[in-house]
Design a protein around this ligand. Structure first.
Ligand code: SF4
Length: 354
């Protein structure tokens, strides 16, 4: 039963975010979010400093029934609780930091690439990189991939994601062998496959293996914004408060060996065979895009998804304005509608689900 003299509070990991026409509450512990009306967002803000009775009175008791219903729902679904001692439950800190110069990297390659993977591995280790995404646009036989990954066997990497073209050489036993030998692999995506499917391996593994029909033959397939890519978790949410959710602490090497913020961005900071990743990182302007956060980006700043959405600065609506909205986002926060071609994008770009 709701006791109206008490205070209602959301759990510290449940944080409301207001958009132009609706709000969400992000549950950063259960990695999910739910929609709420903006009026409820305003009420929850007032409840941070006032009792429920005071807030109801502030609205001239016009919304008593609705407030009771919503707070009952939030209590039942364990998003909030009642207390007489609200000061004992401070907000969670939204500061973000990470004890490494680089957290994630991308290496692109094609049939003409001549990357020095041993040098790259040593330099990524020096930077403290823990997540690597490798994307190849031309076929890579299993033996070749094994020899590349061997350089990363004793590295500091924790997560490895690989995207490569499907070929008949990649039988289930070859894939199983690869995943077994390199347990850092968390995802393998075979594009240009005969069908969309999840590949079940005959072993216990945390790696997901996906076959997708879509042909990913160049870097321009990146930058899609869609709810399936939202990350309602503490790390992403806190990083998004003042950093760019794609480019912050990222370093990339394109298929020609150029060191960039992202392979799709035009500016190169030198070829990795001629300059170290650390030296490239220290060049003027390399970090300029790291702090472009969603509160500074046109339209995104009014979007309820702004702290769980992954940004893109390579494909933007107005290339003359670095603060313009990602070009491949079809969400309109003012109408709360996804434009119709977002469904098409989803079908074209979504890996099959389990
Ligand atoms: S409008 Fe911006 S924040 Fe909202 S979903 Fe699109 S890219 Fe993400």
């Amino acid at each position: 039963m709701l006791e109206q003299k008490k205070h209602f509070q959301l759990f510290a990991n449940c944080i409301p975010v207001k958009g132009a026409s609706r709000s969400i509450i992000c549950d950063l512990q259960r990695n999910t979010y739910r929609f709420i009306p903006n009026l409820l967002y305003d009420i929850l803000q007032k409840l941070q400093t006032h009792s429920v009775a005071e807030v109801k009175a502030a609205y001239h008791n016009e919304y008593d029934q609705g407030i009771d219903q919503y707070l009952g729902l939030l209590t039942k679904s364990e998003w909030g609780f009642w207390t007489n001692e609200p000061n004992r439950f401070p907000d969670i800190s939204l500061e973000w930091n990470h004890p490494a110069l680089i957290t994630n990297a991308i290496i692109d390659s094609d049939a003409h690439s001549t990357h020095d993977y041993q040098k790259i591995q040593k330099e990524l280790d020096l930077l403290g990189c823990k997540a690597l995404e490798m994307r190849t646009y031309s076929p890579v036989p299993p033996t070749q991939l094994h020899s590349i990954l061997r350089y990363f066997q004793l590295s500091r990497l924790q997560h490895l994601t690989i995207t490569l073209p499907f070929s008949d050489e990649w039988s289930v036993s070859e894939i199983t062998n690869l995943v077994n030998q390199f347990p850092r692999i968390i995802q393998l995506i075979f594009h240009s496959a005969p069908e969309d499917k999840v590949c079940k391996l005959p072993i216990e593994t945390h790696a997901s293996v996906l076959f997708i029909q879509k042909v990913i033959d160049n870097k321009h397939h990146c930058g899609i914004v869609h709810p399936i890519y939202f990350s309602p978790n503490l790390s992403h949410f806190t990083e998004a408060q003042s950093n760019n959710t794609c480019l912050n602490r990222k370093i990339s090497i394109d298929e020609k060996g150029n060191i960039k913020n992202c392979p799709s961005m035009p500016k190169s900071y030198g070829n990795h065979k001629e300059i170290s990743l650390l030296n490239a990182l220290q060049k003027t302007s390399f970090k300029d895009s790291w702090q472009i956060n969603k509160d500074q980006i046109d339209t995104c700043k009014d979007c309820e998804f702004r702290y769980i959405c992954t940004d893109c600065r390579a494909y933007i609506q107005n290339p003359q304005n670095i603060f313009s909205k990602p070009k491949k986002c079809h969400y309109n926060p003012y109408s709360a509608q996804w434009e119709s071609n977002s469904k098409e994008n989803l079908q074209k770009n979504t890996p099959p689900s389990n």
